[in-house]
Write a protein that binds this ligand. Structure first.
Ligand SMILES: [Zn+2]
Ligand SMILES: [Zn+2]
Length: 88
């Protein structure tokens, strides 16, 4: 059986360790199942944006251009401002 190198971790693995992909040269995915799983988990991982919203890591770059982000940011700034004047 021929081993196939994963294009992400560069480890040679058995074809059975790859999931099928019709776009792959040999009908297999170019990334091994383990890496695929890691990528998936990473995609699902939520990070906290400076606006206070929790968004998935891969979406963060898009999120900062959305109206929701700008609105949240504005609310946050005015909240911080209100807090600062309330203290004094
Ligand atoms: Zn891999
Ligand atoms: Zn945001």
């Amino acid at each position: 059986m021929e081993l196939k190198a994963c294009s992400r971790c560069k480890i040679y693995r058995l074809p059975s360790e790859y999931s099928g992909n019709k776009y792959g040269k040999d009908g297999l995915h170019w990334v091994c199942s383990r890496c695929l799983n890691e990528i998936y988990v990473r995609r699902q991982k939520k990070v906290k944006c400076e606006c206070g919203n929790a968004v998935s890591e891969s979406y963060l770059n898009k999120h900062i251009h959305t109206g929701l982000h700008l609105r949240n940011l504005q609310n946050r700034v005015s909240y911080e401002y209100m807090k600062s004047i309330a203290v004094n």
